[in-house]
Write a protein that binds this ligand. Sequence first.
Ligand SMILES: [Zn+2]
Ligand SMILES: [Zn+2]
Length: 311
Amino acid sequence: MTVTRIGVLATTLSVACSGPADRADIPPARLDRGTHVVLLGTGNPNANPERSGPATAVVVDGHAYLVDAGPGIVRRAAAAATRYNLDALLARNLDIVFITHLHSDHTLGLPALIFSPWVLDRDVPLRVYGPPGIVDMTDHLEAAWRLDVRNRIDGLQPTNPDGYKVDVHEIAPGEVYADRRVRVTAIPVPHGSWDHAFGYRFDTADRRIVISGDATPAESLVEACNGCDLLVHEVYSEAGWQQRSPEWQRYHAYAHTSSVALGRLAAEARPGLLVLYHQLAMGSTPEEIEAEVRAGGYRGPIAYGNDLDVY
Ligand SMILES: [Zn+2]
Ligand SMILES: [Zn+2]
């Protein structure tokens, strides 16, 4: 394993999908050019079969940059690859991920992202960027699946020598990655008792995209967006929260962003489009949660994200 410690994106397309689609629905070129966000998982710790664990793909000129690795990520990516005729999301092409924080709902898909694409012909290491602790996590994952790796390499199975490896980077706030397609900036956010949690901003030739990760209302995200094209933000329902026990109310207020508070935040951040994900609906409907966001003062465009939606 290579360990590198370093010190350290106007809505043009919206494909909100609610039903099945096939490769014929979207012409191949549509998502292969420019910058698009594919929601691979909009869920949270709840085992909702309609909402896979948190994972988002920022696809830039046909290359996928993943944010978080919730459970189900590789299969949701495969579903998106088929639905949108988008090779960038085939397992063998998944080669870089930015982790927001180390909560299990955001990382349970990491072993799948390390090992499954290797078996499916990825021949380069997975690049992983994340907060302090991500090296320890990937070291343990490598150890946990050591027998599997040996069995495949030493046995008859056709395989390659590098695809299971991890090139891991522990990051600090600021620019953490850049190539000819994208610059990625880690934004420090408050999230309960975590010492390190990040949102990410993606700056590309055509868009500026901010993804919150898990966070209480963060001025840092307002500043990072500041009229960005797309703000993908977590949310819990204010009305639903009021029905929870005092213990859960305390926790959610300490760790997450209420719908009304998100409305205030988005009014300041002025995104071209606000996309809700990681929704903790707590019994409220999408329409009710959108109304709560409006009550916070946000008047701009809003979308209630679902798995496999494209923006
Ligand atoms: Zn979460
Ligand atoms: Zn979290």
